[in-house]
Design a protein around this ligand. Structure first.
Ligand code: DX5
Ligand code: ZN
Length: 250
C-alpha cells in the first residue's frame, strides 16, 4: 500500500450562491475570509438542469485574486470549450465522467496546457468509472449532492463509500493531486469528510447564505475537517503524517 502526503486540508469557496450581481466582490470576500481556492460551477442547462456562467466571466474574475481557480464543468461538451477555460486562467479544470463524449482527450488537453485535470463523479456513478483515466487525474471530485444546485444536504452514504478510496484514482505522477468533496459541506459535515479522507472541501451555501461571518465559517469548517482527519489517523496504523492510499472502510 503506497503512502502519499496529502498536506493540510484546503477549502475551495464556491461562488454559486453568492450575490451574482457582484461576483468580483464575492471572490474578494472569499479571499479575505481565508479561502484557499475559488471553485467555479459552470452549468449548461443540459448536463444539469441549471445555467450559470462561462469562461468570459471567469476571465473577468481572474484579475481579482491570485488564488487558484478550480473550474467544475457541468457541461455536456467540454471538448468544445476547454481551450477557453484554459485561456480564462483556470488552474484546474474538472469535467464529468458521465458525459457522452470521450473524456480522455479532454483531460489530455488540459494537462498539455499545464493545468490540473479532473473528473467529477455524480452520487450514483461508481468510482470505478474513473479507472480508465487514472493516469490522467490530478483531481478526483466526489459529488455528495446531485449536481445543479447549491444548498443541498450531503449524502453521507456516498461520502462513506467513495472518499476513503478516491485517492487511488489520482495519477501517480501528479504533484498536486487531490481528492475534492463537493456538495453539502458545512459545520455539520466537515468533521465527517475530513475523517473520510477529503483533501479539498468545496463549500458554497455555508459561506454565503448564513448570517455568520465568512472568515469564522471557513476557519471552523477547516478545523473540524482537520479534527476528523486526526481522529482517522489516530485510529489507523502507520505514519500519522500520511494518508493510506487504497485504505478501505471509514
Ligand atoms: C453543485 C455544485 C457545488 C455547489 C456546492 O452542483 O457543484 O459546487 O456550489 O454548494 P453547497 O456547498 O451549497 O452544497
Ligand atoms: Zn461544484
Amino acid at each position: 500500500m503506497a503512502a502519499r502526503d496529502a498536506g493540510p486540508i484546503r477549502l475551495a469557496a464556491s461562488i454559486l450562491d453568492s450575490n451574482l450581481a457582484n461576483l468580483a466582490q464575492a471572490v474578494r470576500r472569499c479571499v479575505r475570509a481565508g479561502a484557499d481556492r475559488i471553485h467555479l460551477d459552470v452549468m449548461d442547462g443540459h448536463f444539469v438542469p441549471n445555467l450559470t456562467f462561462g469562461p468570459r466571466t471567469i476571465r473577468a474574475l481572474r484579475s481579482v485574486t491570485d488564488l487558484p481557480f478550480d473550474a467544475h464543468l457541468m457541461i455536456a461538451n467540454p471538448a468544445r470549450f476547454v481551450d477557453e477555460f484554459v485561456a480564462a486562467g483556470c488552474d484546474s479544470i474538472t469535467i464529468h465522467v458521465e458525459i457522452e463524449e470521450p473524456v480522455g482527450p479532454v483531460l489530455e488537453r488540459i494537462r498539455a496546457a499545464g493545468r490540473l485535470a479532473g473528473l467529477a463523479v455524480k452520487p450514483r456513478t461508481p468510482l470505478a468509472a474513473l479507472e480508465p483515466y487514472r493516469h490522467l487525474l490530478d483531481v478526483v471530485m466526489v459529488m455528495t449532492v446531485e449536481p445543479g444546485f447549491g444548498g443541498q444536504q450531503l449524502m453521507r452514504a456516498v461520502a462513506r463509500e467513495k472518499l476513503p478510496v478516491a485517492a487511488r484514482y489520482l495519477a501517480a505522477d501528479s504533484a498536486e493531486g487531490a481528492v475534492h468533496v463537493d456538495g453539502g459541506v458545512n459545520r455539520e459535515t466537515a468533521e465527517l469528510v475530513g475523517r473520510l479522507g477529503a483533501e479539498v472541501l468545496v463549500v458554497g451555501s455555508a459561506l454565503f447564505q448564513r448570517s455568520r461571518a465568512m472568515a469564522e465559517e471557513i476557519a471552523r469548517i477547516k478545523a473540524l475537517a482537520e479534527q476528523g482527519r486526526a481522529t482517522a489517523r489516530a485510529a489507523a496504523p502507520g505514519s500519522p503524517k500520511t494518508v493510506l492510499v487504497g485504505a478501505e472502510g471509514g
